[in-house]
Design a protein around this ligand. Structure first.
Ligand code: HDD
Length: 707
C-alpha cells in the first residue's frame, strides 16, 4: 500500500517529502497522505462541485436523501470519535530512537540491547491517568511513560510510569482502584484530581497504597515537563539469554535535563492559563530541535539473590534502593519527531505489557500478570476489533506472518492457506527456530509448584517501610510539599472518618508526617505507630537529580519603551548561548524604543502569557520603562508570582524598582537576595552568570513567603 503523495507545503513535521529517518519512518511514509489534487472527492473518489449547500428541492425546500455527498460527510463526522482510554486518556507522544550504549548480551539475547551503537526506532506516549482526554495537563497525578520499541525482532513495549511503584499489588484490584480515583459516579466530579472522598476512602482501607501515595503527594506528581521526569518499568522483569539463563531486571529512564517539578499553586494557575502546558512543551521542544533525551538504566539481580532482600522482588509497591543495586546505564532514548496526526498516531497507538521480544520475559508479579491480560483486551474495544496491530503506528518493522485472518478493518489481502499444519501452502508459515536458531521467542523455563489458592504472599505484607524510606530521603522542602499535598487532598474529603483513617495510616510512615497532616486538618495528632527506621536513599530526592545544563528553560523579560537595551542584550546573549529561551514581554506587541538608542522586539504581549508559563523573570533597566511596568498591575504580578513560586528573578540597573513595587519580603530587600535566587545589579555585570546558575537550581524553596 502506498498512499503518499508529496505536497511540501502541507508536509508538517515527520518525513513526508523528506528522507525517512529510520525503518519505522520509512514504513509510516507509505501510509502518509497529503491531498494530491485540488479537487474535492467523496470517499469513493468521485469529484464534488459543492460542499457548502446540501441538495434540496427548490431554494427553500427540504434536503434530499439522495444527496450521497451530504450523507457521507455527516456520517463520517458522526463516527469520528472512539472510546478514550479507560485510564491514561490524556497524553502526548513522539517518535525517536533508542541507542544501545552498553551491550547487555551477557544477560539477554534481545537483539536491540546487544550491540553498542544499534539504533531502534521508538514511539513514546506520556500521559496523565485520572482525567479524560480534554483535562488539564498540570494536575496532581501519576504520569504514564510508555515506549514502543520497533525492534528487528518485533515490537517491545515498556509501559511504565514516572513513579517506580504502584498503588496495588494484585491486578484484580485495578478496577476497584480506578473506580475509586476516577470522577465520582453520580456527578463526574472531580476532573483530573484525586482530591475526593472515594479515592482516599479506598487508599485509607488499603495500606499497600501508602508507598505510592508518598510519591503521588510529592512533587513528582506535578512535573515541570515530560522531558524532566524519570520513567520506570515498575515491575521486576526478567532478562533471558539464548541458553535460557535468567536475570531479574528493573528499568529506569533518567532525563538529561534533570527531574524538575512545578509547585502546587502554579499547577492550578497553569491549568487555566495553558491546560496544554506539558503537551505544548514537548511539541515545541521537538520542533525547535531540542530533542528530549533520557538514559536507560537497569538494575540487575542474579536469580540466586531473589530472596536476599527484606521485600519481595515480585511486589510492585517496592523499589530496589539504588544503594543496594546500582542503576547501570545501558542506552539512550531521544525523541526527535512529532507525529503528523494526533488521532492516527498518538490516539491509536496501542501499548501492551505482553509485547515482549526474545530475551525479555515476565516474572510472577501478580500486577504484571494481570496487565498482560488487560492491555490486549482494552485495545479490542478501544480500537474496534483485532486488526489494530495493522494501524501504521502499531505495525512492527519486523515481518508479520501468520494464519490470523479477517475481522473488522482487515487491511491485508491474504492469498493461500490459513491453517497449520498444511501441505497445500508448502507448510508455511513454518515454526520458527528449529535447532535453537536466534531471534525466536522462547519462554523462560521456570519451575512452578503450588496449590491453587487466593492468597497474598506473606512477603508482600510490609506496607510501610519503604514509605518511610521515601520520607526520610526527602529534603526539608520536599517534606513540606508532601505534608501540604496531604492536607489539601484530605481537606477536600467530606468524610471525617476517611481523613482520620488516613492520618492513622500515616502514623506508620513517620510521626512528623502524621503530625503535620493532622494539624493541617485540625485533627488530633495520632500516637506514633510501630518503630520507624531512619534509613534513607538519597537517589530518591529531586534535590539530587538536577541534571545537566539549562537548555530550553524559559525566561520572561518584562519591558516597555525606554528600556536599556545593551545590558539586556548582553545577558540575553549569555542565556541564549546556554540554550535558554528568552522572550520579551510588553503591554502590547510590536517594537519598543530603547532608552538612548536601539529598539527591542516584543515577542509576546504580557496579557497573553503569565509568570507561571516561565521558569524565571528578568527585568532590564531604564527609568521610563520601569516606571511604566511598576504602574501596570499585570507586570507587577509577574514578579510577585515568580518570587512566590520560588523562581529565579533578576533586575538590571533600575529594574530593581519593579522588584520593590512587587513588595518582596524584607529578607530579599535586605541583601539576602543572592542566596534566595534574586539578583540585582547596576549594569549587567555578573548577573547573567548568577542568573544562569540559579536557573540550573530550578527553584529556591527556602525563600520566605512562598505559596
Ligand atoms: Fe496500565 C494504560 C502504565 C497497571 C490496565 N497503563 C496504561 C498506560 C500506561 C500504563 C503508561 C497508557 C499507555 C498509553 O499511553 O497508551 N499501568 C501502568 C503501570 C502500571 C499499570 C506502570 C503498574 C505498574 N494498568 C495497570 C493494571 C491494569 C492496567 C494493573 C489492569 C489490570 N492500563 C491498563 C489498561 C490501559 C492502561 C486499561 C488503558 C488504555 C490502554 O491500556 O491502552 O489496559
Amino acid at each position: 500500500m502506498h498512499l503518499m503523495s508529496v505536497n511540501p507545503g502541507q508536509a508538517g513535521p515527520g518525513s513526508l517529502g523528506n528522507e525517512p529517518r529510520d525503518a519505522k519512518d520509512e514504513q509510516l511514509d507509505r501510509f502518509r497522505s497529503a491531498p494530491r489534487h485540488d479537487a474535492l472527492t467523496t470517499d469513493q473518489g468521485v469529484r464534488v462541485d459543492d460542499t457548502d449547500n446540501a441538495l434540496r428541492a427548490g431554494q427553500r425546500g427540504p434536503t434530499l436523501l439522495e444527496d450521497f455527498h451530504n450523507r457521507e460527510k455527516i456520517t463520517r463526522f458522526d463516527h469520528e470519535r472512539i472510546p478514550e482510554r479507560v485510564v491514561h486518556a490524556r497524553g502526548a507522544g513522539a517518535y525517536g530512537y533508542f541507542e544501545t550504549t552498553e551491550s547487555l548480551a551477557e544477560y539477554t539475547c534481545a537483539d536491540f540491547l546487544s550491540e553498542v551503537g544499534r539504533r531502534t526506532p521508538v514511539f513514546v506516549r506520556f500521559s496523565t491517568v485520572q482525567g479524560p482526554r480534554g483535562s488539564a495537563d498540570t494536575v496532581r497525578d501519576v504520569r504514564g511513560f510508555a515506549t514502543k520499541f520497533y525492534t528487528r525482532e518485533g515490537n517491545y513495549d515498556l509501559v511504565g510510569n514516572n513513579m517506580p511503584v504502584f498503588f496495588i499489588q494484585d491486578a484484580i484490584k485495578f478496577p476497584d482502584f480506578v473506580h475509586a480515583v476516577k470522577m465520582e459516579p453520580h456527578n463526574e466530579i472531580p476532573t483530573g484530581a484525586s482530591a475526593h472522598d472515594t479515592f482516599w476512602d479506598f487508599c485509607s482501607l488499603q495500606p499497600e497504597s501508602t508507598h505510592m501515595l508518598m510519591w503521588l503527594m510529592s512533587d513528582r506528581a506535578i512535573p515541570r515537563s515530560f522531558r524532566m521526569m524519570q520513567g520506570f518499568g515498575v515491575h521486576t522483569f526478567r532478562f533471558v539469554t539464548a541458553d535460557g539463563r535468567g536475570t531479574f531486571v528493573k528499568f529506569h529512564w533518567k532525563p538529561k535535563l534533570g527531574v524538575h517539578s512545578l509547585v502546587w499553586d502554579e499547577t492550578q494557575l497553569i491549568a487555566g492559563r495553558d491546560p496544554d502546558f506539558n503537551r505544548r512543551d514537548l511539541w515545541e521542544a521537538i520542533e525547535a530541535g531540542e530533542y528530549p533525551e533520557w538514559e536507560l538504566g537497569v538494575q540487575l539481580v542474579p536469580e540466586a539473590d531473589e530472596h536476599k532482600f527484606d521485600f519481595d522482588l515480585l511486589d510492585a509497591t517496592k523499589i530496589i534502593p539504588e544503594e543496594l543495586v546500582p542503576v547501570r546505564p545501558v542506552g539512550r532514548l531521544v525523541l526527535d519527531r512529532n507525529p503528523q496526526n494526533f488521532f492516527a498516531e498518538t490516539e491509536q497507538v496501542a501499548f501492551h505489557t505482553a509485547n515482549v521480544v526474545p530475551g525479555i520475559d515476565f516474572t510472577n508479579d501478580p500486577l504484571l500478570q494481570g496487565r498482560n491480560f488487560s492491555y490486549l483486551d482494552t485495545q479490542l474495544i478501544r480500537l474496534g476489533g483485532p486488526n489494530f496491530a495493522q494501524l501504521p503506528v502499531n505495525r512492527p518493522v519486523a515481518d508479520v506472518n501468520n494464519n490470523h485472518r479477517d475481522g473488522y478493518g482487515q487491511q491485508v489481502i491474504h492469498p493461500g492457506t490459513n491453517y497449520f499444519p498444511n501441505s497445500l501452502g508448502g507448510g508455511c508459515p513454518a515454526h520458527a527456530g528449529a535447532g535453537g536458531a536466534p531471534g525466536v521467542f522462547r519462554h523462560y523455563q521456570e519451575r512452578v509448584d503450588g496449590h491453587k489458592i487466593r492468597v497474598r504472599s506473606e512477603s508482600f505484607q510490609d506496607h510501610y517501610s519503604q514509605a518511610t524510606l521515601f520520607w526520610n530521603s526527602m529534603a526539608d522542602w520536599e517534606k513540606r510539599h508532601i505534608v501540604q499535598a496531604f492536607r489539601f487532598e484530605l481537606g477536600k474529603c467530606d468524610s471525617m472518618a476517611v481523613r482520620e483513617r488516613m492520618v492513622g495510616n500515616l502514623a506508620h510512615v513517620h510521626p512528623d508526617l502524621a503530625a503535620g497532616v493532622a494539624e493541617g486538618l485540625g485533627l488530633p495528632v495520632p500516637a506514633a505507630a510501630g518503630t520507624v527506621t531512619g534509613a534513607a536513599s538519597p537517589a530518591l530526592s529531586q534535590a539530587n537529580l538536577l541534571g545537566e545544563g539549562i537548555r530550553t528553560r524559559k525566561v520572561a523579560v518584562l519591558a516597555a519603551d525606554g528600556v536599556e537595551v545593551p545590558p539586556l542584550e548582553e545577558v540575553r546573549r549569555e542565556l541564549v548561548g546556554q540554550g535558554v529561551i528568552v522572550e520579551v514581554l510588553a503591554a502590547s506587541g510590536g517594537t519598543l524604543t530603547g532608552k538612548d538608542s536601539g529598539t527591542l522586539k516584543v515577542d509576546r504581549a504580557l496579557p497573553t502569557m503569565a509568570s507561571v508559563l516561565y521558569d524565571a523573570v528578568l527585568v532590564p533597566g531604564g527609568d521610563d520603562a520601569v516606571a511604566t511596568l511598576a504602574a501596570d498591575p499585570a507586570a507587577v504580578r509577574y514578579v510577585e508570582e515568580a518570587y512566590r513560586h520560588g523562581k529565579p528573578l533578576a533586575a538590571l540597573g533600575s529594574g530593581s524598582r519593579l522588584l520593590a513595587a512587587a513588595r518582596l519580603p524584607e529578607a530579599v530587600a535586605g541583601g539576602a537576595g543572592r542566596e534566595l535566587g534574586v539578583f540585582t545589579s547596576a549594569g549587567s555585570g555578573g548577573v547573567a552568570r548568577d542568573f544562569a546558575q540559579a536557573l540550573g537550581r530550578h527553584r529556591f524553596p527556602n525563600r520566605p513567603g512562598l505559596l
